[in-house]
Design a protein around this ligand. Structure first.
Ligand code: SF4
Ligand code: SF3
Length: 545
């Protein structure tokens, strides 16, 4: 079988990557990622049985979380990582079986994924070629199994960030193992649909956990003007979503003469009180992930990738890119944590000192920091603006950015929105309109950025508060519309979370996920009013009724 991957929005021909990933993933890497997902499903089957007799293994939980996170689009391109993870997973699974058996677990009738074992690299590679997505023949079952798995991948990303700050929730791990184990069973389409919605329920819990972890560790994001220009010092650029890495980098660079800038999703770090206090934290450089091939070039200094999205680096700046956490790429230097969970970034700091200061690519400021606490503090002002008719509509335009030209739709959509509409955003989707100068309504900016994709949770909290302020029973009764851009699997868990909360009529673009079969799309349309996008003028008419 050739490779087959259709987990992201940029999948080839809106159908599936079969020769090489549009993201740069090679066939053997794609298959090894499939193998790791297969092993994780098998481990989850054993873990579910083990949990029934009270055996919880944190090493197993962490392994599942980090392994699925590593298979997210643009996270890890290093084949060696997947080979060693596959071996580690098989060993962990067998050790867990022994513990579970000793505690009285019934391990009869485990699925093949929990029994298979590959001794050699050849055996691993051979298995990797036959356990991918297409191993499930029924198109609808395949679609739902993958939807659940991609939701789990997104959830794992958020659990990993929470864990880095010592926040964890055993109930979420327990559910996730059960759900992954069920993707190996012969469930009906109805059962799989129910499981998909339960994944959304745990998505909300996972995002709430991460929100708590981030805000208790670093304070509540507050309205912040973020500098997008440069200074004259050598500097480090940090990208991805991991705030614990951000904290350690700022601590270690203080007083060294090396500045720090954020890129893409790390922009949100500028909004946290705990980070704003550092005078060498200059601001944000550049835009969303996909522009890194030019922006890493002109940055001149070293870059630290803490999570996705990494684009296979060009030779011209490859020696300046460092990875950490679940990110990987053959040939790039990887910084691991020590036993205490701490990371030593001194090599990157020394590297920065040998580099020129960043080349200026833009000047000015952007405003952000409108997470739930900050917006709720402004609630009276917002409610007043709605009551007087100054604000007539809110548009949730959260999600991801990407390379596709069709995404210019979102820039045009933001530009053509009536002046009495406010955009609520989170995730890297914002880069399509956060520098447009859309103005404000009675001092409330027309683009309210809550932060990273995981901060979409904030948008839900805000919507619930608004519904409460207006005495409405449901957030669906608010003048609030959802025009969401997706790209990778974290957006999938955000979508499932919104569905679980009962949000209706979400529009997803620039294309609907290729992994949704026509019948699954029909279920989503019939029950949730999910739709795609067409063109800006028609869609505006549709949204504004
Ligand atoms: Fe293709 Fe996306 Fe899969 Fe990469 S992650 S191989 S671009 S579907
Ligand atoms: Fe962006 Fe990769 Fe999804 Fe966190 S950085 S939103 S795409």
């Amino acid at each position: 079988m050739s490779m087959f991957c259709y987990q992201c929005q940029e999948t080839a021909g809106c159908k599936g990557c079969t020769v090489k990933g549009v993201c740069g993933k090679t066939e053997d890497l794609a298959k090894l990622q499939d193998l790791l997902v297969y092993i994780v499903r098998g481990i989850s089957a054993v873990s579910t049985k083990a949990r029934e007799v009270g055996v919880i293994d944190k090493n197993v939980d962490n392994f599942v979380v980090e392994s699925l996170f590593a298979t997210i689009t643009n996270a890890n391109f290093d084949k060696n990582v997947f080979v060693s993870r596959a071996k580690e997973g098989l060993a962990l699974r067998e050790a867990l079986k022994v513990k579970a058996k000793n505690a009285g677990a019934d391990l009869a009738n485990l699925p093949e994924a929990a029994m298979w074992t590959g001794e050699t690299e050849e055996a691993l590679n051979a298995k990797a070629g036959i356990v991918g997505v297409l191993a499930t023949e029924n198109e609808d079952v395949r679609s739902l199994r993958e939807l659940i798995t991609y939701g789990a991948k997104g959830l794992c990303a958020y659990l990993k960030h929470a864990k880095a700050l010592n926040y964890d929730d055993d109930e979420i791990h327990g559910f996730m193992h059960k759900a992954l184990a069920k993707t190996l069973e012969d469930l009906s389409v109805d059962e799989l649909v129910a499981l998909t919605l339960s994944m959304g329920e745990y998505g909300v819990k996972g995002m709430a956990l991460l929100d708590k972890a981030n805000t208790e560790s670093y304070g509540n994001p507050e309205i912040t003007k973020v500098n997008i220009g440069v200074r004259n010092n050598p500097a480090i650029l940090i990208s991805g979503h991991d705030l614990r890495d951000m904290e350690q980098l700022l601590e270690q660079t203080e007083g060294t003469g090396v500045d720090v800038y954020t890129h893409s999703e790390m922009l949100a770090a500028n909004y946290y009180p705990a980070f704003k206090k550092y005078s060498h934290f200059v601001g944000n450089y550049g835009n969303a992930w996909w522009k890194q091939t030019t922006e890493f070039e002109s940055f001149n200094g070293p870059i630290l990738m803490t999570t996705n999205c990494l684009v296979p680096p060009k030779d011209s700046y490859k020696d300046r890119v460092y990875t950490t956490g679940v990110v990987g790429f053959e040939g790039l230097k990887h910084i691991d944590k020590n036993e205490k969970g701490e990371k030593d970034f001194s090599e990157i700091i020394e590297h920065a000192k040998r580099c020129a200061a960043p080349t200026e690519i833009e000047r000015g400021e952007i405003v952000g920091g409108f997470a739930h606490n900050q917006v709720i503090a402004l609630a009276d002002k917002v409610v007043e603006a709605v009551k007087t008719g100054a604000i007539k509509n809110f548009f949730v335009m959260a999600g991801c950015d990407g390379r596709a030209k069709s995404r210019n739709y979102y820039t045009e959509f933001a530009e053509k929105l009536p002046k009495d509409a406010v955009i609520l955003t989170a995730g890297c989707a914002k880069y399509k309109y956060n520098k447009l100068n859309l103005g404000d309504i009675n001092g409330i900016p027309r683009v309210l950025d809550a932060g990273q994709c995981n901060d979409s949770y904030s948008l839900v909290v805000i919507a619930l508060k608004l519904a409460e302020a207006f005495g409405l029973d449901s957030i669906n009764d608010l003048p609030l519309h959802y025009n969401i851009a997706w790209y990778e699997q974290k957006a999938v868990i955000v979508l499932l979370s919104l569905l679980h909360l009962g949000v209706k009529n979400i529009h997803l673009g620039p294309t609907l996920p290729a992994f949704l079969s026509p019948n699954v799309v029909k279920v989503l349309v019939d029950n949730f009013g999910i739709g795609g996008i067409t063109n800006v003028d028609d869609d505006l008419k549709m949204f504004l009724g």
